[in-house]
Ligand binder design. Structure first.
Ligand SMILES: *[C@@H]1O[C@H](CO)[C@@H](O)[C@H](O)[C@H]1NC(C)=O
Length: 626
C-alpha cells in the first residue's frame, strides 16, 4: 500500500511539473515605455460554454469580428488582417486590428467608438447569438482579454479567456454589451520599461440617451435592447485602466491556465489510471508466462497422433502467415496509422515539455501538420514493409495509395465541412488560399517523402517467415459466437477508451468552445496508457483466437483493436447533451466526431496489428516444426 501511495505521489509531481514546464516563453517579450501604444487585436467571435440562455441551442461555428451583421466598430484606418501561421489559420484564428486605442499607463474613461444602426433582421441575428453565449476573443500583447472568475472550490481567482457579447436578463431578454472596461496589468521593470502581464474586462450594456455625450459611469442606466421589429441605434464605448501588478512576464499565463472543472474528480481519475497500469502489468505477465509454457511444451513433445487435438495454436503453423484478404488496404491503413501515431505522440510530447507555448498561437497545429508530412516517410515504409510481409506484388499501387488514401479522405471531408461553414458565413471556413497551401505542402513534402519510404522498404529484405505456408488452406473449425471480430472489438474497445475518456471531454471543449487546452502532460500519459491497453487486450484476444485454430489474425487484430473508435464516437454523440442549432452545427459535430473516432481507430488498429504481427512472428519462430 505504501508503495502505491509513493507511486501516486511521484506521478502527481511528474504531471504537475510537466504542466508547469508548459509556459517556457514561446515568443520574445515586448517592453513598452510610458505612453507607448499597445495594440489590442480582435479575433473571431466564438461559441462558449457559458450560455446566456440555458435552453438556447448551441452553435459550433464562429464568425469574423467584423462580420457585417454584427455591426461592430471598424477602425478609422480600415480593418487589417494580421498575418498568422498556417496552424493558427487552420485552427480558426482570424485576427484583425481594432479601433481601441490604448496608451501605456494612461487611464482613459468613456471613450466613444462609434454609433451604428441595427436593422431589425440583424438585431434578431445578434440576439440569437447572444442567447447562444457567443463571445469576443480579444488579445493584448498576445494575451487573451479575459473575464475574472473565482473557483468556487478553492476560492482562487483565475482568468477565463474571452467574454460574452451580451447577456440575458431575468425576463429572458437579450442585451448587447456595448461598453467595455479594460483592466490591463503591467509589470514595471528595473530599466524603467513596462511589460503587459494580464488583461481583464468588465462589459456593460448601456443605452446612451445622447450619443455625443456619453456617461459610462452612470449609476443607473437602461441596458441596450436590440429591437427585432424596428431599427436600434447603439453607441459603443470603452475605458482603459492600467493596473500595476507583481506578476512577472514569465508567469503571466498562470492565471489563464487554471484547471477549473468541478465535474472532474482528479483523484479518482488518477486512481483509475493506476489500476489500469496495475492490471496491464499483471496481464502482460500472465500472457508471457502462458506463451513460454506453451512453447516449452510444444518443443518437448513428440508429435504423437493422439496429442494433436490438444495442440492449440501450434496446429495452424502452416496457415498463420497466409496473406489476408485485401492485403493492400490493410497495409495502407497500417502505414497511415504509424504516421498518425508518431505525429500525435511527438506533438503531445513536445507540448507536455513546454515547447509549444499557448502564447505562440497555432504552434501546436503547425507542428502537427509539419510532423505529419515528415512522418510520411516512416508511414510509407511500414506500409510497404507490411505489404511485402503479405507477399503482395503490386508495390507501385501501394506506394501510390499510402500517401493518398487516408489523407485524401480526411481532406475531402474537410472540404465538405468547409462548404457548410461558408453557407453560414462562418469565419471557420478555411480560405481557399490556405487550402491550396495545405494541398501543395502535402504534394511537395508528403508525397516525395512517402515515395522514399516505400523505396527504402522495398530495398530491404522481406521478413523471413519462420514457418512455410502450406499449399492448401486448412479449414477453420466453427468458432464460438463471442469470438467474432465485432464482439471482440466491443470488448477490446472499453479498456483503452476508459484511459482517454476524460481527455476527450477537454479536447472537445477546446475544439468547440475555444478553451485553451494545456494538460498535455496528462494527455501524454493517458495516450500511452491507451496504447498499452490496446496492445495487451488485442494480444490476449488474438492469442485465444489462434488457440481456437483461427489463423485469420491480420484483419482481426486491426479491427479488434480499433473497437475503441465505436466508443469514442458514441461518447461524442450521446454524452455531448448538446442541443445543436441548425444543420451546419450538426454536420460539423458529427463530421468532426467521426474524423476523431476514425483517427483514434486507425492508430489503435495499427498498434493492435503490429503487436500481433510481432507476437506471431515470435511464437512461431520459437517452436520446432518438422
Ligand atoms: C488607473 O486606474 C487604475 C484602476 O482604477 C488605478 O489603480 C491606477 O492607479 C490608475 N492609474 C493612473 C495613472 O491613474
Amino acid at each position: 500500500m505504501a508503495g502505491y501511495t509513493k507511486l501516486f505521489c511521484a506521478l502527481t509531481v511528474f504531471l504537475s511539473a510537466s504542466a508547469n514546464g508548459f509556459y517556457l516563453p514561446g515568443v520574445a517579450p515586448t517592453s513598452y515605455n510610458e505612453g507607448d501604444a499597445v495594440q489590442l487585436s480582435v479575433n473571431h467571435i466564438t461559441p462558449s460554454l457559458m450560455k446566456a440562455d440555458e435552453d438556447s441551442a448551441t452553435f459550433l461555428y464562429s464568425f469574423d469580428y467584423y462580420f457585417e451583421r454584427f455591426h461592430f466598430c471598424v477602425p478609422e484606418e480600415g480593418k487589417q488582417k494580421q498575418s498568422e501561421s498556417l496552424g493558427s489559420i487552420l485552427f480558426g484564428d482570424r485576427i484583425f486590428n481594432s479601433p481601441f486605442e490604448l496608451k501605456l499607463l494612461q487611464n482613459t474613461t468613456c471613450n466613444k467608438l462609434c454609433t451604428v444602426t441595427y436593422p431589425a433582421e440583424d438585431a434578431s441575428f445578434v440576439n440569437k447569438y447572444i442567447r447562444a453565449g457567443f463571445q469576443f476573443n480579444m488579445m493584448i500583447d498576445g494575451l487573451p482579454v479575459a473575464k475574472e472568475l473565482m473557483d468556487s472550490q478553492t476560492d482562487d481567482i483565475f482568468y477565463s479567456s474571452g467574454f460574452n457579447i451580451g447577456y440575458d436578463d431575468k425576463e429572458n431578454l437579450p442585451h448587447l454589451y456595448n461598453h467595455y472596461d479594460f483592466f490591463i496589468e503591467y509589470h514595471p521593470r528595473s530599466d524603467g520599461s513596462y511589460r503587459v502581464v494580464g488583461a481583464t474586462v468588465d462589459a456593460t450594456s448601456i443605452q446612451y440617451i445622447d450619443p455625443d455625450e456619453i456617461n459610462c459611469n452612470a449609476e443607473v442606466f437602461e441596458p441596450v435592447r436590440l429591437k427585432e421589429d424596428e431599427q436600434t441605434d447603439v453607441t459603443f464605448s470603452y475605458s482603459v485602466y492600467w493596473v500595476p501588478s507583481d506578476t512577472a512576464w514569465a508567469t503571466r499565463w498562470d492565471k489563464y491556465l487554471h484547471v477549473y472543472d468541478p465535474k472532474i474528480q482528479w483523484f479518482a481519475l488518477l486512481n483509475f489510471s493506476l489500476i489500469v497500469v496495475f492490471l496491464s502489468i499483471i496481464m502482460s505477465h500472465i500472457l508471457l508466462k502462458t506463451l513460454r509454457n506453451d512453447i516449452k511444451k510444444y518443443n518437448e513433445v513428440n508429435l504423437d497422433d493422439d496429442m494433436i487435438d490438444e495442440m492449440g495454436w501450434k496446429l495452424i503453423y502452416g496457415d498463420v502467415f497466409r496473406p489476408p484478404k485485401n492485403p493492400m488496404l490493410l497495409s495502407v491503413l497500417v502505414g497511415s496509422g504509424v504516421q498518425i501515431l508518431l505525429m500525435a505522440l511527438t506533438s503531445c510530447f513536445l507540448a507536455a515539455f513546454g515547447l509549444l507555448s499557448p502564447s505562440n498561437r497555432g504552434s501546436l497545429a503547425t507542428v502537427m501538420f509539419v510532423l505529419y508530412s515528415l512522418y510520411g516517410l516512416i508511414g510509407s515504409y511500414y506500409s510497404a514493409y507490411v505489404y511485402k510481409f503479405f507477399q503482395g506484388q503490386d508495390w507501385k499501387i501501394n506506394m501510390f495509395l499510402t500517401p493518398v488514401l487516408v489523407p485524401g479522405t480526411i481532406f475531402s471531408i474537410f472540404i465538405l465541412i468547409n462548404f457548410f461553414l461558408i453557407s453560414v458565413h462562418s469565419s471557420g471556413a478555411v480560405p481557399a488560399g490556405t487550402m491550396l497551401a495545405v494541398f501543395l505542402i502535402w504534394f511537395a513534402v508528403s508525397i516525395p517523402y512517402s515515395c522514399i519510404g516505400s523505396l527504402l522498404a522495398l530495398k530491404k529484405k522481406a521478413i523471413e517467415l519462420p514457418v512455410k505456408v502450406n499449399q492448401i488452406a486448412r479449414q477453420i473449425p466453427p468458432q464460438p459466437w463471442y469470438m467474432r471480430t465485432r464482439y471482440l472489438a466491443l470488448i477490446a474497445g472499453i479498456f483503452p477508451f476508459g484511459a482517454i475518456a476524460i481527455e476527450m471531454y477537454f479536447i472537445y471543449n477546446s475544439i468547440w468552445f475555444n478553451r485553451i487546452f494545456y494538460m498535455f502532460g496528462f494527455l501524454f500519459f493517458c495516450f500511452l496508457l491507451m496504447l498499452v491497453t490496446c496492445m495487451l487486450v488485442t494480444l490476449s484476444l488474438i492469442y485465444f483466437s489462434l488457440c481456437n485454430e483461427n489463423y485469420n489474425w491480420q484483419w482481426k487484430s486491426f479491427f479488434v483493436s480499433s473497437g475503441i473508435a465505436i466508443y469514442v464516437f458514441l461518447h461524442a454523440i450521446i454524452l455531448s447533451r448538446l442541443k445543436l442549432g441548425g444543420l451546419t452545427s450538426i454536420v460539423l459535430y458529427v463530421g468532426y466526431s467521426m474524423l476523431i473516432a476514425a483517427t483514434v481507430g486507425i492508430m489503435c488498429g495499427t498498434v493492435g496489428f503490429l503487436s500481433s504481427m510481432y507476437l506471431t512472428l515470435n511464437i512461431y519462430g520459437q517452436i520446432k516444426v518438422d
